[in-house]
Design a protein around this ligand. Sequence first.
Ligand SMILES: [Zn+2]
Length: 124
Amino acid sequence: MTTPTGVAPEVVFRDGLAAGELRFQRCQACSAAVFPPRVLCPGCGSDALSWQRSSGRGAVYSTTAVRGRDGAHNVALIDLDEGFRMMSRVEGVAADRVLIGARVGLAVVEQDGQPVAVFREERS
Ligand SMILES: [Zn+2]
């Protein structure tokens, strides 16, 4: 994927979501997967970061049920197959029934007029 120059990483990421893509960066110097999007690699400090499109597939690393006025919702850390971790939520299952290690896939939903990346358990 070509990297638009002069565009803030957050914007590239958000534009990706709007197109239904989960984008992350790969450091050309040390090969680390970089997320959330940033200007410099947190591992080696290089600014040679290229954009890649994630498969959107991964596994639940940790999960928490958060109770609020409107009931419980889930907050989860997802380990994507490309080697980065992101905070999101798992939908389609009770907030306290999300299993660590469960395979999940990306779904882009609209929330307050913005595209948001959430995950759903994969049926095997
Ligand atoms: Zn690096």
